[in-house]
Design a protein around this ligand. Structure first.
Ligand SMILES: *Cc1c(COP(=O)(O)O)cnc(C)c1O
Length: 364
């Protein structure tokens, strides 16, 4: 199906119908995995660091979901690095305080080494963000932010950044394009950890950049493709195939996970062992501040039978962890905060497991 045809479809349909070979009598309906390092001379494909047909089904689906043009990378961090390369060394970057900890570390190191000047802002404060944009070259957005789940007024800060000539990148991993399409708010480049909801089964690491069909977006696309080709952070054919398989159920997975998350958020708000619950009202991520100290939160995490005590998010299975157990987590994250990725299990089984773990942590 052509990108124009796909873009007329609703997300639940396009994840199923996109990324398939053109119907040909007798040919496979599912895309193949192409395992090769090189191609016979004379065609468009030359060497497999430059391209592999196995990347295309997922790129076609994600591009249509976000309303742009997608490039798969070997990981979310590889996609993020490529996006940071869109501005030259010495550039000023405005970034949200307390972002995904990989981004926090990369930008902190780049600032210390003098590669970039980084201005950290409270990204939920639109005025403060805009005030920091004078002289900036790149605005980094992450909304909802990991793990505090506060939101950014994407359209407002993007317009202000563009007025000042800055390029805008938005990490859309937590929201997914089902809840938020930053390119339609004017953002130039969306980045994803495909590892999370898009692939959805906690069985691979991949990332992606999606560029807008604007002058800035098209220029960014060429630069990102060049970075992928020359720095070599390309997706494996098998992972790309798994991601295309996983994304076909994105809509039904998100529907169930979101329903579960909303019910859990409401019940947890009344649980005596919960001091504060954060839920942005969409998506399936929760931030639970446990009554008591970090040890109480740590005990709760270790006490579940169903909910996996592990890092990461966006799989079919529920997962949780105390974020500050990672030494590199920004200090903006409270020590007693548990980040929970709500999965697609039965809600009553989940509630029984989570409430019992919180009770048990209190009794200790
Ligand atoms: C996991 C994550 C990343 C990094 O992606 P990887 O696939 O682990 O490299 C970036 N941003 C957010 C919001 C994430 O959750």
């Amino acid at each position: 199906m052509s990108p124009d045809d796909l873009s007329t479809l609703q997300p639940a349909t396009l994840v199923v119908s996109g990324g398939r070979p053109d119907p040909t009598p007798g040919a496979p309906v599912a895309p193949p995995i192409v395992l090769t390092s090189t191609y016979a001379a004379g065609g468009d494909l030359i060497y497999a660091r430059g391209g592999n047909p196995s990347w295309e089904p997922f790129e076609e689906i994600l591009g249509a979901l976000e309303g742009g043009s997608a490039l798969l990378f070997s990981s979310g961090m590889a996609a993020i690095h490529a996006a940071l390369r869109l501005v030259p060394v010495g550039s000023t970057i405005v970034a949200p305080a307390g972002p995904y900890n990989g981004v926090h570390q990369v930008l902190t190191l780049a600032h210390e080494r003098g590669e970039f000047v980084v201005r950290w802002v409270d990204s939920s404060d639109t005025e403060a963000t805009i005030a920091a944009l004078d002289g900036a070259d790149l605005l980094w957005i992450e909304s909802p932010i990991n793990p505090l789940l506060t939101l950014t007024d994407i359209a407002a800060v993007t317009a202000a950044a563009h007025e000042r000539g800055a390029i805008v990148v938005c990490d859309n991993t937590f929201a997914t394009p089902l809840n938020q399409r930053p390119l339609t708010d004017g953002v130039d480049v969306v980045v994803h950890s495909v590892t999370k909801y898009l692939s959805g089964h906690s069985d691979l690491i991949l990332g992606a950049c999606v560029t807008a069909a604007t002058e800035r977006g098209v220029a960014a696309h060429a630069s990102l493709a060049e970075t992928r080709h020359l720095e070599g952070a390309i997706p494996g054919a098998v992972e790309a195939w798994l991601a295309a398989r996983g994304v076909r159920t994105l809509s039904v997975r998100m529907e169930r996970a979101t329903r579960n998350a909303a019910i859990l958020a409401a019940r947890l708000a009344r649980h005596p062992q919960v001091a504060q619950i954060r839920y942005p009202g969409f998506g399936a991520m929760l931030a639970i501040e446990v009554a008591g100290d970090a040890d109480a939160a740590q005990r709760a995490c270790a006490a579940t039978r169903l909910v996996s005590h592990s890092t990461s998010l966006g799989g079919v299975e529920s997962q949780w962890e105390r974020r500050r157990r990672h030494p590199n987590e920004p200090e903006t994250t409270p020590p007693n905060l548990i980040r929970m990725s709500v999965g697609i299990e039965d809600i009553e089984d989940l509630w029984a497991d989570v409430s019992a773990a919180l009770d048990q942590a209190a009794d200790a």
